[in-house]
Write a protein that binds this ligand. Sequence first.
Ligand SMILES: NC(=O)c1ccc[n+]([C@@H]2O[C@H](COP(=O)([O-])OP(=O)(O)OC[C@H]3O[C@@H](n4cnc5c(N)ncnc54)[C@H](O)[C@@H]3O)[C@@H](O)[C@H]2O)c1
Length: 353
Amino acid sequence: MKPVKIGVIGAGSISEMHFDSYKNHSDVEIYAVCDLNLERAEEKAQKYGASKFFSDYNELLALDEIDAVSICTWNNSHAEISIAALRAGKHVLVEKPLCKTVEEAEEIQKAVRESNGKTLQVGFVRRFATNIQVLKKFIDAGELGEIYYAKASCLRVLGNPGGWFADKERSGGGPLIDLGVHVIDLCWYLMGKPKVVSVTGNTYQKLGNRANIQNKSYYKAADFDSSKNSVEDLANALIRFENGASLMVDVSFTLHAQKEAMDVSIFGDKGGATIEPKLEIITEKHDTMLNLTPQIDALTFDFVAGFQNEVNHFVDCVQGKETTISPVEDGVEIMKILSAVYHSSETGTEVTF
Ligand SMILES: NC(=O)c1ccc[n+]([C@@H]2O[C@H](COP(=O)([O-])OP(=O)(O)OC[C@H]3O[C@@H](n4cnc5c(N)ncnc54)[C@H](O)[C@@H]3O)[C@@H](O)[C@H]2O)c1
């Protein structure tokens, strides 16, 4: 079989996970790299053995020999590049969030439908984590019963990365669109993707980026500028679904909290599961409540394995062996929820669908 030729667009931090995973795949050739910063594109091309590099993604997409692209750029270009890639006949793996708005998401969906069967996979990487794949088997076998409630907290006490993440124009928002997207999608996916009927949300911009804080380190984007921050630092939401199920979520870049929190749980009428900080399945047998701990290598989100599984699945889809488990339609639904949280917060009302 001919190798799948890949182009990677956006050669910053997360592209490393895409490059490494493609590199480990025996059916893949990393063929070209593009970044607005040409030096960065050249450096990654050399590191990963790509023969071509560009600063304009149109030049990369014009190469007939490229089968598929990973889009790892800022959120403001996901829609434009996804649509251009599909029109150029490429399969697309686009980083989360799918894009910045519902309108953009629907445009991408239209381009997928007009693409003659090309795959667009949204980078909801947590779906591909080993602990989630294990839990999904229990859910699919009905062992949790009907999942009627989920709760997710992803709270950073000091973690506004600044740079493009803090620039609403390029990111589309703060912790909600950056971190909330992962945990909202994960719960929604495990709940069986129920149709959303209403969203109530609140966002707060009270603490800023807190560049004044000393003696505590945190990740900063390359173009961190302490004077620039136009995104919320906290968001919370109550999301209600057609089947009566509900999801409560809160996420922050910074908060006066005692410590960081990553807590995700789902609750069904036959059993429940704690997903983060580590997988535990909760059930009842012979009138006794049980906490079941799977014996697996990683009970928590394993970043490297998650990306490898995501890329392996994408390559299977490109080769026509599989249909993606993370399609554009799911990206559109998640964009509807995220946008509704912002809208509800701005208007002080519940958004109904
Ligand atoms: N799945 C995850 O867990 C995860 C983690 C981090 C980031 N991400 C997502 O990955 C994307 C990139 O994030 P990052 O942390 O790598 O950011 P980054 O700033 O480190 O890298 C982004 C790169 O994209 C380049 N770029 C921006 N617009 C471009 C364009 N139009 N054409 C070519 N290059 C362009 C920039 O020059 C930069 O080098 C974002 O969408 C982010 O939400 C996902």
